[in-house]
Design a protein around this ligand. Structure first.
Ligand code: 6PG
Length: 466
């Protein structure tokens, strides 16, 4: 019997997704570049093997599928996707649909769609291996009619929040991959802010990794409940048997990255969308990998971190600061999505996006449910101005301020939290300092400015006559 869907690429994510599809009652045919991988995958599929058809060539894969066909590509982003599409197209009919479920750059997805050599959509899939296996969050893009064709399968395999599948069509063209990139940018900032607070507890407050783990676990029972806080607690509590020390203390402090956070930052600049916390997080990862430079700097200037005097900060202050930082970071991320909706003419419904992120994905958290509500009330206003979050920030910004100030005084680097605070203060300064920039621009380039008492543009200072 022909299979309901095909899948190409049995790496970690592809294999997990294929098992998820089979477990949800769909017959799936799979193909991998290395035949041995396909064979081993099938052998290890247990009860699900009956629903899985391993194939040894693209021809065989295509022949094993119900028509019109749906094939998911789960291959590394970039050239491998183009190569796979080129190899497949000649074998496919005009109504067959390819779905790129990898972490593609949305510009590539746009390009592939516009090439229009056949039906194609891009979807963002989040949740790591466990999510792919048991219920990811799925961000759909492309032609809505094409999404609809695959929706019964994608909704079935997606995680459910209050019975609703976290799998939605979010916008035209590469919108699914765009939303996934912003998700990853937020993921970077969320992770970075947790790491910064960890650093304050470790270097400023002299706490051990297991103690920090216990604090994070406690936070995970309150407003900060989220997957990233939960796993950070687990990471902090882990013990290294080889050295009899906390595992965290023996992990090298240089963060890896595959590039999605960087794409978000680059795109934010194109859109002139301010996402300073996400930018700070990407920069922090880049700096983290410059270990030699950091060691040289420490040798020249002395180690930056100094202990805080007892009682200067407590963990409740850190929790409040983290909540404030998180609200501001998400406000930036959603603001960037709103800017993209306008620039690209895409749908990108902000409340729906918050809902799709409530479960399954890496940034899932209780707060996203409140964000979905706040964005439903008014998706055009900055999320930080929604009454629920504004009320929170009115008090929690003081904790963020205390943390950032003490961190600055004691050499504890908190770039994402610090930039969150600067963003917040900028947002509530109606009379900023860009009048000086305008004066400077006019001075050296006669670019012109506007006066507070006269709206006409192109006015100049006295230097224009010199
Ligand atoms: C997810 C993750 C996932 C992955 C990325 C990020 O949503 O499931 O974002 O896509 O973790 O590869 O990786 P880097 O930290 O390597 O950029």
């Amino acid at each position: 019997m022909p299979s309901d869907i095909g899948l190409i690429g049995l790496g970690t994510m592809g294999a997990a997704l294929a098992l998820n599809i089979a477990e949800n009652g769909f017959d799936i045919a799979v193909w991998n570049r290395t035949a041995k991988t396909t064979e081993t995958f099938h052998q290890n599929a247990g009860d699900l093997a009956a629903r899985i058809t391993p194939t040894e060539s693209l021809q065989q894969l295509v022949g094993a599928l119900k028509e019109p066909r749906i094939i998911i590509l789960m291959v590394p982003a970039g050239d491998p996707v183009d190569e796979q599409i080129s190899a497949l197209r000649p074998l496919l009919g005009p109504d067959d649909l390819l779905i790129d479920a990898g972490n593609a750059n949305f510009h590539d997805t746009n390009r592939r769609l516009r090439a229009a050599t056949g039906l194609f959509i891009g979807i963002g899939v989040s949740g790591g291996e466990d999510g792919a296996r048991h219920g990811p969050s799925i961000m759909g893009g492309g032609d809505p009619a094409h999404w609809q064709r695959a929706a019964p399968i994608l909704e079935a395999i997606a995680v459910k929040y209050d019975g609703t599948a976290c799998a939605k069509w979010l916008g035209e063209e590469g919108a699914g991959h765009f939303v996934k990139a912003v998700h990853n940018g937020i993921e970077y900032a969320d992770m970075q802010m947790i790491a910064e607070v960890y650093g304050v507890m470790r270097d400023g407050m002299g706490m051990t990794a297991p103690d920090i783990g216990a604090v994070l676990s406690r936070w995970n029972d309150g407003a900060l409940r989220s997957y990233l806080v939960e796993i950070s607690a687990e990471v902090a509590k882990a013990h290294d048997a080889a050295t009899d020390r906390p595992l965290l203390d023996v992990i090298v402090d240089a963060a890896g990255q595959k590039g999605t956070g960087r794409w978000t930052v680059i795109e934010a600049q194109h859109l002139a969308a301010p996402i300073p916390a996400i930018e700070a997080a990407v920069v922090a990862r880049n700096l983290s990998s410059q270990r030699n430079t950091r060691a040289q700097g420490e040798a020249i200037f002395g180690a930056a971190p100094q202990a805080l005097a007892a009682g200067t900060l407590d963990t409740e202050c850190l929790a409040q600061a983290l909540i404030a930082g998180k609200i501001l970071c998400y406000a930036q991320g959603f603001g960037m999505i709103a800017a993209a909706a306008q620039q690209f003419g895409w749908s990108l419904p902000l409340p729906e996006i918050a809902r799709v992120w409530r479960a399954g994905c890496i940034i899932r958290s209780d707060m996203l449910d409140d964000m979905a509500d706040a964005l439903s009330e008014d998706s055009t206003r900055n999320l930080a101005f929604a009454p629920y979050f504004a009320n929170h920030l009115k008090t929690s910004h003081q904790a963020l301020r205390r943390l950032v100030a003490q961190a600055a005084l004691h050499g504890l680097a908190v770039p994402a939290l610090g930039s969150g605070l600067a963003y917040f203060d900028t947002l509530r300064t109606s009379r900023g300092t860009a009048n000086m920039i305008q004066g400077q621009r006019d001075y050296f380039g006669l670019h012109g400015f506007m006066r507070l008492d006269d709206n006409s543009t192109g006015q100049h200072g006295p230097w224009a006559q010199e």
